[in-house]
Write a protein that binds this ligand. Structure first.
Ligand SMILES: [Zn+2]
Ligand SMILES: [Zn+2]
Length: 1022
């Protein structure tokens, strides 16, 4: 006997029982025990940052990490699935800053780095528990008992070892260059972090007059006489002209040291009407005159010149910088001058670009190339360094309007507009990033660009277009990895510098190495390799005897996660084989933004260290949006807490929806309604079919172990569903092999529909009938095989529901069977049972029936009303043959007495007394007139249906025998009498009595064909 199964189910309740079962029986551990001799399949768990509660998008990547290993287990693999937790970095620090209400870094230093980092550590430990809880509840099987945690000393040590390898090969360097800098977080960001934070922003777009120098120094520039310079008299013929330049960052004007023109574009001097209503002389690109000055507002005077002829022309700076703003090695001449740069275009602005090498990458490179000084007028907090101006100490964006006002008052501002452009913001704190020249540490990834690109060819990407697209592009345009962060809670950069000569540097590759340095001091045991403790450790400079102190920076947290293939094993300090046999990993899965994050850092480090990729297969997941397609965000209030779905619909429902709603790489819309719908459509249908089976199997005491299987399948429906089942096994197997759970799920969904809405529905009678003959047994075995196989095919997708089915259908009757569905082998398709013709024929029948049902409903004929005939016009003669073979199914399904065919050229729609429907060239017609004897039959069926419902409402068992009472008006009475044999058989009524319901009967009034009837049912004692 099977455990009784109610048709009503709470999936979350079932799941909790299954979780307890798995834990109690150590099923996860057993999955590897039973596969002891098998090959190993290695999952690299991309470590989520545990700086907050896991969200719905985390569920998506976690179930994708789960589904493939579960499948591989069933295919005979042992699984390596070590959990990983990313615990360092800006997100964690920001969380603590928020908690402590800090606004900038200096507050952290005042508070104390040791205390601050201790809080970071506590915070991740706290959140880690939440992550474990969710991981467990959604059925993501992961080895959380032996996780790798990035703040662990061993993990940090492996990171140091990696840096040291790269250092020894000259691949780590400190560069003075412009880096994206978050002024709030006070740190550089890497290009992959910048890529996360682009947004549209409105900025001022301003046109500024840079007056040419009025004195003799300009005489060297040969083109100037063409623009009105009288070389002989050493003065301008008329009013001194101004170069008209354009910028969107007014604050950078305080660092201006040059103006750049395009060498080959044409520039002109114009007499123009200024926006202030005066006449003025301006120099700018000819191509942009109309756009900037307005047509009719200008007149060219003098000759045209090429940009290169303007090179060297001197102009008056707008602001004089303080001496301290200029590095000692640079000199700022009395006047600044025009330079040429190929990147200057005439597609926007004025063709004249203002240059501030401290604040822009192109400016910086240009400055280096042509020898411009640097002027650093802004501090690392993004504030204007005081210089006796109104904007002293203001944040740069706040200084913008003040600077504009100043320029306007001085007659320098020509005019201003607003511009909306994409601008990078800090991905963590939303502060606009500044491009800022400062020293920073880099890994020279560009030296291995070709190797990274060719290594990518060996990786299987799902979906495949990511490989050459988003990821390939990213590699092609690789720039050196900005590795260092001027922060606190991270893996410290293991580079020590001499206090006497900063050129004396040493990279430390391990803790023992550090401890054995000559003159080492400041070690506190047990050694915590974090700041501030590691900052206290000093040793002697081997070159000059000076004191070596650690460079203050910490590492990009993406370095930690990219190091996981090695660092999760504490390589090379512990058992090296652990790493070596598990490199490269077989499988990783994360969201698409990781093409520039984790996927990249994994790949880069692996190529740099070992010359080959570290993962073979990667599933790249689309983002989750709300039902309207909008990004989920706290501010919009459309975030869905995963627990809400897990507690109401269950983890399987969420998993099922996420796997099947769209292919892995697509954007996924998600709402509670959609999850409900998917659950109702598939999981509840599976449950109802399972419940149906168990109820009848228990009545008939069907025992799949002891009962004798019929030698061959004789029933058409049995042959058909078993054919579909084997086809399904084959298709689902292939889909999982291709890392495509979506396809697997969709095939299963189609099969579940066939099984429930055709096979079971068409077969109810065979399960229902009294005698236990071979035919009934055949039906039981067919349905049983379908359900058991389905539980195995679905196990990777919906591990809980599958386990529930398996435990009751298999383990309850066969204690020798594997203890869990997840310890079973994946089903093997028996292709000899596949009959493609039968499948096609049955699909045709289903189609004809669906059209026929529509025709009946169009004619207003009730479902239970039998009809004399149905006429079908098929697309081909061969289809008539197919339908004839399966005619009983059509007759019963459409509730008709005869199936007839129309000739292919017949005009069915034109026939009177028939109602027709058409779909894809197939036409079905039903008569609109119904003869009296069929109306009586319809009444009997309607009445039967009523009595069946009453049996249920009264709480009778399906096999209970009853007495039925009825009282009705004469015409109805006559119909009931003539059909009494049928009614009695269908409702298990020993008697059908025309009298008021007896004492204790369950009775109801009903309306049949608009006529009233009183019904009563009473259970008979045994
Ligand atoms: Zn920031
Ligand atoms: Zn030294």
């Amino acid at each position: 006997m099977f455990k009784p199964v109610s048709s009503k189910v709470s999936f979350p309740e079932v799941e909790k029982q299954i979780l307890a079962f798995w834990k109690d029986k150590s099923i996860l551990q057993k999955t590897n025990e039973v596969r002891q001799g098998g090959p190993e399949f290695v999952l690299y768990d991309g470590p989520p940052t545990v700086n907050g509660n896991p969200g719905i998008h985390h569920v998506l990547s976690r179930i994708y990490k789960d589904v493939i290993p579960r499948y591989k287990t069933m295919k005979g693999y042992r699984i390596f699935r070590k959990a990983g937790w990313d615990t360092h970095g800006l997100p964690v620090e920001l969380e603590i800053e928020k908690e402590l209400k800090f606004n900038n870094k200096s507050q952290i230093e005042e508070y104390g780095i040791a205390k601050f980092n201790a809080k970071c550590r506590e915070s991740v430990q706290r959140y880690l528990k939440k992550w474990e809880e969710l991981t467990d509840r959604i059925g993501f099987w992961l080895d959380m008992e032996h996780p790798y945690i990035t703040y662990h000393t061993g993990y940090v040590e492996s990171c140091w070892w990696i840096i040291k390898q790269l250092w020894d090969r000259g691949l780590v360097y400190q560069g003075y260059r412009v880096t994206p800098h978050c002024p709030r977080c006070g740190t550089s960001l890497s290009s992959h972090e910048v890529a996360l934070g682009y947004k549209d922003a409105e900025d001022p777009s301003i046109y500024i007059r840079f007056r040419l120098s009025r004195d003799a120094q300009n005489s060297d520039v040969k083109s100037l006489p063409k623009l009105g310079w009288n070389a002989r008299a050493n003065k301008w013929e008329q009013e001194v002209p101004a170069l008209l330049a354009w910028t969107t960052t007014p604050w950078t004007l305080t660092g201006n040291v040059a103006l750049a023109v395009s060498p080959d574009e044409t520039y002109v001097l114009v007499q123009a009407q200024s926006p202030q209503g005066t006449s003025e002389r301006l120099i700018m690109a000819k191509a942009l005159l109309d756009r900037v000055l307005g047509s009719g507002n200008w007149k060219i005077i003098g000759e045209e010149v090429k940009g290169r002829e303007l090179s060297g022309a001197l102009y008056d700076r707008l602001y004089e910088p303080r001496k301290e703003w200029i590095p000692a090695v640079d000199k700022l001449p009395q006047r600044s001058h025009v330079v040429t740069a190929d990147y200057v275009s005439v597609s926007d602005g004025t063709g004249i670009v203002h240059i501030a090498p401290a604040f822009g990458e192109e400016d910086f490179d240009l400055g280096k190339a042509v020898g411009l000084p640097m002027v650093q007028s802004v501090d690392l907090d993004g504030k204007m360094i005081p210089n006796g101006k109104a904007w002293d100490g203001e944040f740069v964006k706040k200084a913008d309007p003040m600077i504009l006002e100043d320029l306007d008052q001085r007659g320098i501002l020509h005019h201003q507009e607003k511009i909306v452009h994409t601008y990078p913001f800090c991905w963590r704190c939303q502060t606009p990033l500044l491009y800022y020249a400062k020293p920073s540490w880099y890994i020279k990834t560009t030296a291995y660009r070709d190797e990274m690109v060719s290594g990518n060819r060996d990786i299987n990407w799902y979906p495949d277009y990511i490989k050459e697209g988003r990821f390939g592009d990213w590699l092609e345009h690789n720039i050196d990895w900005g590795l260092s962060r001027e922060r606190y809670w991270g893996t410290p950069l293991p580079i020590w510098r001499c206090s006497r000569d900063p050129g004396h540097m040493e990279c430390i590759g391990g803790i023992q190495e550090l401890k054995s340095k000559p003159g080492v001091a400041g070690i506190v045991e047990p050694l915590d390799p974090h700041r501030p403790f590691v900052d206290e450790i000093t040793f002697d400079c081997e070159k000059c005897g000076g004191q070596m102190k650690r460079a203050p920076e910490v590492l990009d947290a993406w370095f930690d996660s990219g190091a996981m293939p090695l660092a999760q094993f504490h390589y090379p300090f512990e058992d090296k084989a652990e790493f070596e046999t598990r490199f490269p990993g077989d499988y990783i899965a994360e969201a698409i933004d990781q093409t520039r994050g984790w996927f990249y850092t994994l790949h880069a480090l692996s190529i740099l260290l070992f010359g080959k990729p570290c993962f073979k297969n990667v599933v790249c997941l689309g983002h989750i949006v709300d039902a309207k397609g909008e990004k989920m965000s706290k501010s919009k209030g459309n975030v869905i807490d995963p627990w809400r779905i897990i507690n109401n619909q269950g983890a399987d429902a969420l998993r099922w929806y996420m796997f099947t709603t769209s292919p892995a790489g697509n954007v996924k819309r998600l709402s509670i309604d959609q999850v409900n719908e998917a659950m109702r459509k598939v999981l509840s249908t599976v449950w109802n079919t399972y419940s149906f089976f168990v109820i009848y199997a228990n009545i008939d005491q069907f025992d799949p172990v002891k009962a004798k299987r019929p030698a061959a399948l004789t029933d058409e429906l049995d042959r058909w569903i078993i054919s579909e089942l084997n086809q399904l096994i084959d298709e689902v197997d292939k889909a999982y092999t291709n890392y495509d759970p979506t396809e697997a799920g969709r095939k299963i969904e189609e099969f579940v529909d066939y099984l429930s809405n055709w096979y079971v529905r068409r077969n109810r009678r065979r399960f229902w009938k009294g005698e236990n003959d071979t035919d009934k047994l055949s039906a039981y075995f067919a349905l049983y095989d379908c359900l058991v196989t389905l539980s195995k095919l679905m196990a990777p997708l919906t591990p809980f529901l599958s386990e529930e089915l398996y435990q009751n259908l298999v383990r309850a009757v066969d204690p020798q069977a594997p203890e869990s569905v997840h310890l079973c082998d994946f089903p093997k398709a028996d292709m000899s049972k596949v009959d493609e013709k039968l499948e096609a024929d049955t699909r045709l029948v289903m189609k004809v029936c669906s059209i026929g049902r529509a025709a009946r409903s169009k004619a207003g004929i009730k479902v239970r009303q039998p009809v004399a005939r149905v006429i079908v016009k098929t697309r081909a003669k061969s289809e008539q043959e197919s339908l004839r073979c399966l005619a009983p199914q059509v007759l019963e399904e459409l509730n008709v007495k005869a199936l007839e065919f129309a000739e292919p050229d017949a005009d069915l729609a034109g026939q009177s007394c028939y109602c027709t429907m058409e779909d894809g060239g197939c036409v079905v017609a039903v008569p609109t007139e119904i003869p009296a004897e069929l109306i009586e039959e319809g009444i009997a069926r309607e009445l039967t249906h009523r009595i069946q419902s009453m049996r249920k409402e009264a709480g009778f068992e399906i096999a209970d025998y009853i007495v039925t009472y009825y009282q009705a008006e004469p015409s109805l009475q006559k119909a009931i009498e003539s059909q009494s044999a049928y009614i009695k058989q269908e409702t298990l009524s020993k008697e059908l009595l025309n009298q008021p319901p007896a004492e204790g009967a369950f009775s109801q009034k009903a309306k049949i064909e608009g006529r009233e009837v009183t019904l009563g049912v009473k259970r008979l004692g045994n």
